[in-house]
Design a protein around this ligand. Structure first.
Ligand code: NAG
Length: 367
């Protein structure tokens, strides 16, 4: 904690190099352990420094401070305390994301942070619209022709699309119906994008939207489903020699899964082990949520699954198995109060039935 305090002091240092080093240390610390009490006390100081870096820093500093802020929101559990910081940071995050002259890396990081902070807090619809405005520039024009992407823009479109699909998982049904009919046909066209990572993100988003559509209505059918499946099939078997071998392999395996899901409504479940527990990734929605946390927390995601009540709540894991002395007593109920108004709570409610089934299963075998 003493070292962290020094890092926080360094966030306001005159030298950009020192500030960057401090941001990197904080990123590592925040992603590798839960520091709820320490950060609750210092959240305003830190938010203040991050806001300044985000407004005045270089592209690199902007990118780093946006990432640290996403981590801060995750650490604070997304409740009122995170909300306070978000009020302060939202304007520079939005300004950077909408600024076409800002660095792509900074905009990419802002897209991801906006997605995550909204996901764990509020203001869903506004952020959906902003993220859409970013990746919709990859959509085909009136004649169905895809625009020529600007250099580096595929990464930004990918980040915006993934942040958007994270928010779509907590969208109200009425809104979802509109989003499905508007975006599915356009996204289908984007499967022809020249960037492999964007194609993959588009494929995963299509699967996720179809999954949500089927949840609303069992009879849900993709418009022009045959041509979608043809297109997915060709990507799942893509032998285009002009593309790098690794890219083709990654693309083929993901598109095989997407195609299998669209045709058979079957998802290949994945089990993530952490500590002595497991979390099951058994749907496209859960995969998007897990991947979003993993992109930001990196290998620290396992520690957060083990000890961070926010993540445990989202994945239906209950209280941490080994309670730290500091977390005992009234801290948990205080924490739960914060969660109550947050999107995390909505997500939990949405997923409850599914999770309950899963847990019942696990209990059965354990006992
Ligand atoms: C703070 O910055 C100074 C000057 O760059 C550096 O020597 C020191 O290691 C930094 N402190 C921490 C904890 O990173």
């Amino acid at each position: 904690e003493d070292k962290l305090k020094l890092c926080i002091d360094n966030l306001t240092d005159k030298s950009a190099k020192t500030r960057l080093a401090a941001l990197e240390s904080l990123r590592q610390a925040f992603s590798s352990r839960v520091l709820y009490d320490f950060l609750t006390e210092r959240r305003l100081t830190i938010s203040d420094c991050l806001e300044r870096s985000l407004r005045k820093g270089s592209g690199e500093e902007k990118a780093a401070s946006a990432t640290v802020f996403a981590l801060l929101c995750i650490q604070l559990g997304g409740g009122d305390e995170a909300e306070e910081g978000f009020k302060m940071l939202r304007p520079p995050l939005t300004a950077t994301l909408s600024d076409s002259s800002a660095s792509i890396a900074a905009r990419q990081s802002c897209a991801r942070t906006l997605g995550m902070c909204c996901y764990v807090s509020s203001d869903l619809i506004k952020s959906l619209a902003l993220l859409e405005s970013v990746f919709m520039s990859s959509y085909p024009n009136g004649e169905g022709v895809l625009p020529t992407p600007k250099p580096g823009s595929a990464g930004l479109h990918t980040a915006a699309l993934q942040a958007w699909s994270l928010l779509v998982t907590i969208c109200p049904t009425s809104r979802l119906t509109v989003l499905l009919s508007h975006h599915l046909p356009k996204l289908q066209a984007c499967l022809q994008s020249s960037d492999v990572n964007y194609r993959i993100a588009v494929g995963e988003t299509i699967a996720l939207l179809v999954e949500l559509g089927r949840e609303i209505d069992e009879e849900f059918e993709v418009e022009d489903g045959e041509s979608l499946c043809e297109c997915l099939k060709s990507l799942a078997t893509d032998g285009n020699k002009h593309r790098a071998k690794n890219d083709r392999r990654k693309q083929r395996s993901i598109f095989r899964e997407v195609l299998h899901y669209i045709e058979n409504e079957d998802f290949t479940e994945e089990k993530i082990r952490f500590g002595v527990e497991n979390v099951y990734i058994d749907s496209w929605v859960r995969r998007r949520i897990y991947d979003a946390f993993k992109e930001i927390l990196e290998s620290g995601v396992r520690d957060h699954l083990q000890f961070n009540q926010l993540l445990r709540d989202i994945f239906g894991l209950g209280p941490p198995l080994i309670l730290d002395a500091a977390v005992k007593g009234n801290k948990i109920s205080r924490f739960e109060k914060h969660l109550f108004n947050s999107a995390a709570f909505k997500a939990r409610t949405k997923q409850r039935n599914k999770v309950r089934d899963k847990r019942a299963d696990v209990m059965y075998f354990t006992f």
